[in-house]
Design a protein around this ligand. Structure first.
Ligand code: FAD
Length: 371
């Protein structure tokens, strides 16, 4: 079936990859190695202004390895680059941006940016067509036999609804809007969420805020390993895989693994900065109200409450299930087999994205050979 037969594509490629973060670059690298030519057969698109995927937008104080290990892209070691040797005194956003830039140049991946994929449609039985908006606002359409979506989650932070969110008069922000603790100097700050972002914010705010309070939906589970190797987080990754195969919304990885107690976190626990309270029941004009009726004054509420996969541009394909996700098996959409999803569900870590790159590239080449 043709969704939009009226508008022919302006350009054709064999494969379009949406997103040049860890997942998109890994797929792009393997597809190039398997014989596709970047820039013609293979087109990589990214809406961000610079290299680094979502890392380029992370807050200034975040350093590599603050909680999880960041795995090298495939082919990075051959260039003499290793994240484990990277300068940890510099912001992670700068280091990752620089490493990815060198990677893209070395392998001549020719990523086009800033180019936003705004929608995707089917072209009969032969392929897919992505509509893109370039930095100057101009739109065009690129037809492809296969599309690999590697758009990550940073564009769709998730903030749960609590009564009073619309009446609170202070500042509310999510993880993507957090820049630095200095903005909250002298303020009472409520941080919501049980993941590593919330913990990072609390540790930073401790030095400058008047007071912080931390609220989580579930009691924290601390893991006594000093660093979480997501590769060994088998149960959590399996849970993601089950959700992806069922087309359900994806659970948080950290809820399945516990948070590793690094030295910095240990110090925060000892100082009492990392003492969570059960989730409050509502906000009012000046703060939040707990289940036992305590009013906690807040100048700001930071919602570090996770992300959803950023799949808005796939909406015209109608792949969403009633359960809120899309059905994905081994990185491939079941409802639209010309569409692969890299970095989705069980692949949502740097090691997962690397593996996805290799596996998806092989499947893409098989699909191209059969088409
Ligand atoms: P991204 O890096 O988000 O890349 C997606 C790219 O797609 C972006 O460049 C974006 O511009 C582009 N894009 C999105 N939509 C469109 C569109 N419509 N059109 C064109 N381009 C588009 N994992 C680890 O393994 N180790 C860690 O230490 C770690 N730390 C993390 C810290 C934070 C705060 C968060 C939120 C996550 C962290 N993760 C970590 C998990 C994260 O999944 C990995 O960082 C991984 O790098 C994600 O890679 P990705 O390629 O899937 O997504």
């Amino acid at each position: 079936m043709t969704d939009d037969a009226q508008a022919p594509a302006d350009q054709h490629a064999r494969v379009v990859v949406i997103g040049a973060g860890q997942a998109g670059l890994s797929v792009g690298h393997h597809l190039r190695r398997l014989g596709l030519t970047p820039g013609s057969d293979l087109v990589l698109l990214d809406r961000a202004p610079s290299t680094g995927g979502a890392w380029q937008f992370r807050w200034e104080a975040l350093r590599l390895g603050a909680a999880h290990r960041v795995h090298d892209l495939p082919g990075m070691n051959a260039m003499g680059l290793r994240f484990d040797d990277a300068d940890r005194s510099r912001p992670a956003r700068d280091v990752v941006g620089e490493y990815y830039r060198r990677f893209e140049q070395h392998y001549d991946l020719r990523v086009r940016r800033p180019v936003t994929v705004t929608s995707m449609t089917r072209i009969g039985d032969t392929g897919l067509c992505v509509t893109v908006r370039a930095g100057d606002g101009g739109t065009s359409r690129i037809g492809a036999e296969i599309v690999v979506n590697a758009s990550g989650t940073w564009g769709t932070p998730f903030v749960p609804w609590y009564p009073g969110r619309d009446v609170f008069r202070g500042r509310q922000l999510d993880t993507t809007e957090y820049r630095s603790a200095a903005e909250f100097a002298g303020q009472d700050v409520v941080v919501v969420g049980g993941g590593t972002s919330a913990i990072g914010f609390l540790l930073e705010l401790d030095a400058v805020a008047a007071r912080t309070r931390w609220f989580t939906r579930r009691p924290m589970v601390w893991s006594d390993t000093a660093a979480l190797d997501l590769e060994s987080a088998v149960a959590a990754v399996d849970e993601q895989d089950r959700a992806a195969r069922a087309g359900a919304t994806l659970p948080s990885i950290v809820s399945g693994t516990g948070v590793p107690v690094t030295r910095r976190i240990r110090a925060g626990l000892d100082r009492g900065v990392l003492r969570e309270s059960p989730m409050f029941t509502r906000l009012d004009e000046t703060g939040v109200v707990t289940a036992d009726g305590e009013h906690v004054h807040a100048d700001a509420v930071i919602w570090a409450t996770g992300f959803r996969a950023d799949l808005r541009h796939l909406a015209p394909l109608h792949l969403r299930t009633a359960a809120g996700g899309i059905v994905v098996e081994d990185g491939r959409s079941v409802g639209e087999p010309r569409l692969f999803l890299a970095g989705y569900g069980p692949q949502a870590s740097t090691i997962g994205a690397n593996r996805a790159g290799r596996r998806i590239a092989r499947q893409v080449m098989d699909a191209l050979a059969g088409s």
